[in-house]
Design a protein around this ligand. Structure first.
Ligand code: SF4
Length: 358
């Protein structure tokens, strides 16, 4: 069978080279991203010969759902298979439930965040992460990143105009695949597509300082999250070997120079691990590091996997840590363990299902 090209890999201006006039490209974009078409042949506003030509040469389903699991808190974890048989994960996280008035009329829509993968595997080698264990297999193309959001919105019948937040925080280090991630950001925010503003898209990095700088220079308007997890280089080198290449000082410098909307803040993710980095002295160091940065801190309670050396911190310590940070005027949240019962930390579902679904 003839191999077809993933049309989700293209921005409209790139497609114009192959498909014209431009308004046809616009229509195709709308069929795919706004009307959630299943195939080219049903795009009835296009001439029949164009539909057939598209069908012969392109596809827009680079992912197959091979498993999905819903947690008690409503989050849904997806295991996708790519065309080459490799597998990635994404998660749909409901952030707010829909609301109805006393007459049963809907007054507020549900809000969602979708957490997407940017690579198959990862080479960053974080010691607490299952994805790290298998190393990097390959980068995802822009279209494979975009497909995760399209597929999840479609599967949950979330209308295209209902905005979702995107976090590049699944498998992989997004800044190690900057070209494709930045292209996915542009495709996702396109007006004829899913129309997800860059301000709703957060790139979460383990701290590749030079790439943070490059992302900043692109001026896409995206938000930035740093997986910090430690407040000194000795501990961070141990938890995240990438720190040996980009130490904490270089990351902080890159963050200070990153262009960000005045009303927004840089998110610092801090994985609290029992007896490793969850003491008040660590909180004090963290406050010092964030001096002068418009920051907010998200504490994540470590979600242990089988055979894990690290332990989940106790909630009392986590709350003391949070109170200290907040008392210094920095917004600090503790992330609810969404999806704990379905292994929501990156790489865990894939690992668990590897043998069962092989
Ligand atoms: S935590 Fe993220 S950056 Fe670190 S190894 Fe895992 S996937 Fe890579």
């Amino acid at each position: 069978m003839k191999e077809t090209v993933n049309i989700l890999d293209f921005l409209p201006e790139e497609l114009e080279e192959y498909i014209n006039p431009m308004f046809r490209v616009k229509q195709i974009y709308q069929w795919i991203y706004q009307k959630y078409a299943d195939n080219f042949l049903e795009m009835t506003s296009l001439p029949k010969n164009l539909r057939e030509k598209l069908n012969e040469n392109y596809h827009f389903n680079p992912l197959k759902i091979i498993y999905k699991e819903q947690s008690k808190d409503g989050s849904i974890k997806y295991l996708f298979e790519l065309k080459d048989g490799l597998r990635i994960e994404s998660v749909l996280l409901p952030m707010k439930e829909e609301k109805f008035d006393e007459k049963g009329v809907k007054i507020a829509h549900a809000k969602y965040t979708i957490c997407v993968s940017s690579q198959v595997g990862c080479k960053s080698g974080c010691s607490f992460c299952l994805t790290a264990k298998g190393g990097l297999k390959r980068n995802l193309s822009a279209g494979e990143i975009v497909a995760q959001i399209l597929c999840i919105k479609k599967d949950n019948q979330i209308p295209y105009e209902r905005r979702v937040n995107i976090v590049y925080m699944g498998m992989g280090e997004p800044l190690d695949n900057l070209n494709n991630v930045s292209k996915a950001i542009k495709i996702l925010s396109h007006n004829d597509g899913l129309c997800i503003s860059p301000r709703r898209q957060t790139v979460s990095t383990s701290g590749l300082a030079n790439q943070i700088k490059k992302l900043g220079e692109m001026n896409l308007g995206v938000l930035l999250a740093i997986s910090l997890h430690a407040v000194n280089d000795t501990l961070r080198n141990e938890l995240m070997p990438i720190n040996k290449a980009y130490n904490i000082a270089s990351i902080m410098q890159a963050v200070r120079e990153f262009p960000i909307d005045q009303r927004k803040r840089v998110m610092f993710e801090y994985l609290l691990i029992d007896n490793i980095n969850d003491k008040i002295d660590h909180a004090k160091e963290l406050v010092k590091l964030l001096n002068g940065i418009k920051a907010k801190v998200n504490l994540i309670l470590f979600n242990p996997h089988e055979g894990s050396f690290y332990k989940r911190p106790n909630l009392e310590n986590a709350i003391k840590f949070q109170d200290y940070i907040s008392s210094k005027g920095i917004t600090c949240t503790i992330r609810e363990s969404k999806g704990l019962d379905i292994s929501a930390a990156c790489g865990q579902l894939k690992e668990r299902k590897k043998n069962e679904l092989a």
